[in-house]
Design a protein around this ligand. Sequence first.
Ligand code: KG4
Ligand code: ZN
Length: 338
Amino acid sequence: MPENCTILALETSCDETSAAVVIDGIKVASNIISSQIATHQKFGGVVPEIASRKHLENITPVVQEALDKAGKLLHELDAIAVTYGPGLVGALLVGVSTAKAMAYALDKPLIGVHHLAGHIYANFLTKPNLELPVVCLVVSGGHTSLIYWKDHGQLELMGSTRDDAAGEAFDKIARALKLGYPGGPFIERAARAGNPEAINFPRAWLEEGSLDFSFSGLKSSVLNYLHRANQLGEEVNAADVAASFQEAVVEVLATKTVNAAELKGAKTITLAGGVAANSRLRQLLQNKAKARGIEVIFPDLIYCTDNAAMIGCAAYFQYLQGKTSDLDLNAVPSLALC
Ligand code: KG4
Ligand code: ZN
């Protein structure tokens, strides 16, 4: 392993074009994120074809900016890392093709990284001395999973959503309330002025002991509530709807995460993914975990949503285990985590 191992990492799985230079897995020398949110906002969601084209326009300047900010020249890099799945295939391909071209031209190792492994490893950027095993709740726009993170490269799936991801539910309800996109931060902001007990939306606990999630019933219930009010000509208190919906999501997430940690005897819980930025989720999880003597670690906000630094971090620990990729690495839109 080279001293001061310097990895250039790329992330283009959805609507963020990001490049980062990460040293020894935990020192972030640069982390450039070019967001396409403004472009997709008017469509109320990510338009895959537009995302691919934007990545193509952005990737070269974003990589250059990441190198410049880190004060690194191409020949000073030790490896090139890239997210190769899951995600939008056209979007992933921009990152994968760029990384492969760079690895080939520079004759450096290529490291393909699973997007969720990146989110999970983001915890090391905030807490480099994090001790494994831990139970990790991965909550993003595309995923809601409970992972037992036993050791480096050893991830065990304990439960996952049977329908919508938590972030997806936030986005859909925000759209129904005409709050904006992406929905999570808008719901959180609206909820601050609302009463979380105003409306008793359903919580899907599923079968006794199940660590799976389901948010489609809750989503339908909120949509029905809005539809009914609309038909009756009643005014809706958007803050109360946002707060009651958010509470229904985070109560199930926090309870099942603490149950999973107890089941594994894990002393630490970590959070990962865009929804991990939600302060009510952080607060409730911390309260429930503290009552059972479990510590909760949150990545810094900038490392919760999509970014390339988390990919560089995960790539380093893969590299330590000799897990590099061949130049025939391809984008895999539904890549499994474990
Ligand atoms: O991890 P991420 O950036 O992209 C995916 O891999 O999906 O997560 C994006 C998701 C979106 O659904 C967004 O609404 C949600 O994370 N999100 C939040 C918050 N910030 C972002 N959800 C709830 N509360 C937030 N503060
Ligand atoms: Zn993500």
